[in-house]
Ligand binder design. Structure first.
Ligand code: THU
Length: 137
């Protein structure tokens, strides 16, 4: 999946803006995500922490769940913004892999500077995908 420069910048900017709403009472590590659907819509997400720490959910999964809960299942790219260009966690990689290994993952810092850009398949080699459970959809 390739993105043009303007679309890439818009997606990163959406993640930068969303990041302001991160609920990071405990870690203070705010994450913003912006997910671009195949149909051209953008769903953003932030990490939402909880006093019962494991109940916390990451920004990437919030964005994916918002999109899927509105009927979207095909994605072009996701931008993820943190203060230092931190990489998506294993759970988020798995959730992204459910919806396609070709989705582009753009990781950037809080100034929007891209740290790296890879596909979900590159982030999660040997992923367990829906294909293992069903011969066809
Ligand atoms: N976090 C994310 O939002 N995405 C990731 O992929 C990595 C971690 C959040 C979870 C938690 O609120 C904070 O960053 C520190 O782990």
């Amino acid at each position: 999946m390739t993105l043009n420069d303007e679309t890439r910048q818009q997606l990163i900017e959406a993640a930068v803006q969303a990041r302001r709403w991160a609920y990071v009472h405990y870690s203070k590590y705010a994450v913003g995500a912006a997910l671009l659907t195949a149909s051209g819509l953008v769903y953003d997400g932030v990490n939402i922490e909880n006093a019962a720490y494991p109940t916390t959910i990451c920004a990437e999964r919030v964005a994916v769940f918002k999109a899927v809960s509105e009927g979207e299942r095909s994605f072009q790219a996701i931008a993820v913004v943190t203060e230092n260009g931190g990489s998506p966690c294993g759970s988020c990689r798995q959730v992204l892999a459910e919806f396609g290994l070709d989705t582009l993952v753009i990781v950037a810092d809080q100034d929007g500077k891209v740290t790296f850009e890879v596909t979900v398949g590159e982030l999660l080699p040997g992923a367990f995908t829906p294909g293992y459970l069903k011969s066809e959809f």
